[in-house]
Every structure is written in C-alpha cells, then in structure tokens.
Design a protein around this ligand. Structure first.
Ligand code: NAP
Ligand code: HSE
Length: 430
C-alpha cells in the first residue's frame, strides 16, 4: 500500500526586521507588529519580528510611543548588521533612503519600502541589484496606500494583456479637491488638514504639483507594461487656451469646480498610462469627470484605480489611499510575503532592467474639453463651441466643448477670450 507522503514541514524561521523611519507610516507599522505579533506569522512560512527602529530624533520617537530599547539614530548600522534579515524603509525622500535600500539589496537582505520616489526614480538600478543577489524588493505600499493594486497586476492579472491603467492615486489632492468642491473651503486651509491627518508628504509640493502621482504611475506602468518610464517625461501640466497650465492641482480654482458642477462634472487628478502602437502614453492631469461616475464618487483620501485588460475587461479597485493605518497594511502584507518566500513585487513578470524610457504625449485624439471663462466676448462662437454646453455665472461662463482635438479646442477658446486672458482646458473623461 502506498502511504501518503508527510505534509511539508512549516518553516519555523522568524526573520528579524529593522525599520528605517518611524513617522506616520512607521509608527503604524510598529504598533501593529508589536501589538499583534500573532498576525505576523504565516501558516505556511515563517514569521517576522521587529528588532530595531532608526530615526533622527530619538526623543520625539520615544514620545510618539516607540519603545526606547528598539531605537537608534544610525540607520546604516542597522542595514549592515548581520542580524538584520529584512529592512523596512519608511524614511522617505531620495537620499539616504536610496543608498540604504541599495546597500541592503547588495547584502542580499530583503527590503520593503513605501518610498515611491526612490522606486520610480531609481527603479532600473534597484531591479538590477535585487536580481543580482536574489534579494526581495517589495513596494506595495508605494502606490495607493492600502489598495493591493501591485499584487493584483503582478499576480492575478499576470496572464492578461493590459492596455490601460488609470486612477486617482494621490490622497492629499483628492482630499483637497473634494473639500473645495463640496464645502467651498479654501485650498490652503484644506492642505493644512491633509498634512495634519498624515496624508501629505513631508514636503507637500510633490503632492499638489503631481510628482507623487507621477511616481506612482511609473510604478504601475512597470508592472502593467514591463518597462520603467522616466518620471520627468510624464506630463503633469494641463493645457491652456494659449499654452500650458501650472502643474498638478495648483491651478484648479473654486470657480472652475463650481462651473464643472453646473455641467454635471467634477475635477479629479487622474494619472493615466496607456499602451498604444508600441509606446506608453502617460500623464497626470486634472481631468473633468462626470460627478455621477465611479471616479466622480471617489472622495476624500480614497483612491481608485481602473485597469483595462484582455481578457478581463475593466477592473476597478477603490480604498484608503494614504495615512498610517492604510499604508501599514500594505507593508505588513509585504513582510508576510517575504516570510513566505514570495520574492519581489515583480516576481514572475519579465525583467525590466534596461534604462528608463520616455513616456509619449497622450493628447492626440478628440474629446470634450471643459473650461471656466471669466468673461465671454459677444459674437458668433467658433465651430468647436457652437453646440457646446454652457452655464453662465455672475463672474463667467462654464463651457464643455464639442468633441474636438486639443488644437481645435485651443483655437476656439483663445478666439473668445479677451486679449491677455488665458484659461485651463481640462480634458473631459466621458
Ligand atoms: P514622516 O512622517 O515624515 O516620517 C519619516 C520618518 O523617517 C521619521 O521618523 C524621521 O525621523 C525618519 N527619518 C527621515 N530621514 C531620516 C534619516 N536621514 N535618518 C533617520 N531617520 C530618518 O513620513 P511618512 O508619512 O511616514 O512617509 C514615509 C514614507 O512612506 C515616504 O516615502 C512616503 O512617501 C511613504 N508613504 C507615505 C504615506 C502616508 O500616507 N503618509 C502613504 C504611502 C507611502 P525624525 O522624525 O526623527 O526626523
Ligand atoms: N502623500 C501621498 C498621498 C501618500 O497623499 O497620496 C500616499 O502615497
């Protein structure tokens, strides 16, 4: 009689984890790892335990509740320590984060990071280093906070042909736009709220000017399309009638949001990467979307990502996109994936170790355009606008153009603007 073979033995190894940074995200990670140790053990692999935390200001970290015996102000020593198996990098910024991540990978240590800047700007080099030593580099927390979108792209959708990834991927800007549109609150005041809630970056310029969303789009594109885009080539300035606007959401006004609402629209910062004719078109542009649509309903810090793929169709993922608890969920998931031996976030996908490539301009093609005009000259409207939807206000007119090219929209709006006046043209996502 054939006996059943014994069940594979469970790896009882517990990996020692050193964390670099204990701010909004790091504190939430430490709280869960120290408070819920049983959740950091997998049934089919080993477990992980937090053994050290590096910060700059030891006293501030102690006051914030991090156990004093774990703390050090020497992150490089933690990375070099032979007792460290896994490094969590949640310091943020470019350096020293990049060097510390690289040192860990070169030493064969697994790294979990939430640092979208470092992954997007140094992706090819980090991928080469990780593949060389076989160290795992995981970064689910770098995109859309707690939404498991990278794992979905790299794992569940790995056999699909992905055509487009687009989404609201920055919680701070979505929180600001929602509060401006719904409560009419001023931009600066709402930005302060987002900082206090822990959504914004240490320097929120990157949030409001779109760089943070560009970094996330570069990471999404790596997993969806198998190449690293150069972040600087991803457009983040909406067009205007006479040129280009200011980056990200910095030019969006209360009047524009009110005008959009009158036409059944709202403005969202949409990050989009599309594969077309062998190139990747990519942009992070404030876009007018129907208020009554999944992107239109995505409010506050919530993020939403839509993936168009064959044979799947369209998949939408929504959830908490920033803040300590949501982001810690992604980091903790990555830690367990390492304990289970799952490798890097891109594991199973083809290599992308060549240099970063330039993104193509997404604005050829025809679409509606939305603008709020402070004043409209009387007289006949140009063709592109003679059947446009328009709503008048005391201080101007909200207009949604017919379906036209960008060049046609620019010419039509410029023709009805007073000399020297310019307006932002928001693409309309129907
Ligand atoms: P944070 O609140 O500013 O915390 C940064 C932490 O890193 C602080 O504990 C700081 O210590 C420490 N640190 C910075 N530079 C250091 C250095 N040179 N040496 C030692 N310690 C250093 O930042 P965060 O919001 O937690 O974000 C951390 C990372 O997660 C960033 O890459 C961010 O983009 C990413 N992320 C954040 C969120 C979010 O919602 N906040 C979501 C997803 C991803 P001191 O306090 O002592 O200076
Ligand atoms: N500052 C980022 C945001 C944090 O607001 O989306 C999450 O990545």
């Amino acid at each position: 009689m054939t006996r059943p073979s014994p069940a594979p033995s469970v790896r009882a190894e517990t990996l020692s984890v050193a964390m670099l940074g204990a701010g909004t995200v790091g504190r939430a990670v430490a709280e869960w790892m120290l408070g819920q140790p049983d959740r950091l053990v997998s049934a089919d692999g080993g477990g992980v335990t937090l053994v050290a935390v590096a910060v700059r200001d030891l006293e501030r970290a102690r006051e914030a509740g991090i156990r004093g015996d774990l703390l050090t102000d020497a992150p490089a020593h933690l990375v070099a320590d032979p007792g460290t198996d896994v490094v969590i990098e949640v310091m943020g910024g470019d350096e020293p984060a990049r060097t510390l991540i690289m040192a860990a990978l070169r030493a064969g240590k697994a790294v979990v990071t939430a640092n979208k800047h470092v992954i997007a700007h140094h992706g090819p080099d980090l991928e080469v280093a990780a593949r060389l030593t076989g160290a795992a580099l995981r970064f689910e927390a770098a995109v859309a906070g707690g939404i498991p979108v990278l794992g979905t792209l790299a794992g569940d959708l790995a056999a699909n042909d992905i055509q487009r990834v687009r989404g609201i991927v920055n919680g701070t800007t979505n929180y600001i736009l929602t509060a401006m549109a719904e409560d009419g609150r001023p931009y600066d005041e709402v930005l302060e709220d987002a900082q206090e809630l822990g959504y914004a970056e240490a320097d929120p310029t990157g949030d409001v000017e779109g760089d943070d969303a560009v970094n996330k789009l570069v990471i999404l594109a790596r997993l969806a399309f198998g190449l690293w885009l150069a972040p600087a080539t991803v457009g983040r300035r909406p067009p205007t009638a006479r040129g280009d606007g200011t980056p990200g959401i910095t030019g969006v006004t209360d009047q524009e949001l009110e005008g959009a609402a009158a036409l059944g629209l709202t403005i969202k910062l949409l990050a989009t990467a599309t594969r077309r004719d062998g190139v990747i078109e990519a942009s992070v542009i404030p876009t007018a979307v129907p208020a009554d649509s999944p992107f239109g309903w995505t409010d506050g810090v919530t993020n939403r990502i839509e993936i168009d793929a064959e044979p799947l169709g369209t998949l939408g993922l929504s959830g908490p996109g920033a803040g300590g608890p949501a982001t810690s969920s992604a980091i903790l998931g990555d830690l367990l994936a390492i304990a289970r031996g799952f490798g890097s976030t891109w594991a199973g996908l083809p290599e992308a170790t060549g240099p970063a490539v330039a993104a193509a301009d997404p604005f050829d093609g025809r679409r509606h355009w939305f603008a709020f005009l402070p004043a409209v000259r009387p007289g006949p409207l140009p063709d592109a606008l003679d059947e446009a939807a328009a709503v008048g206000f005391e201080d101007g007119t909200a207009i949604r153009s017919e379906v036209v090219t960008l060049a046609e929209a620019k010419a039509a709006f410029a023709a009805i603007l007073p000399d020297g006046v310019d307006v932002t043209l928001y693409p309309v996502d129907d």
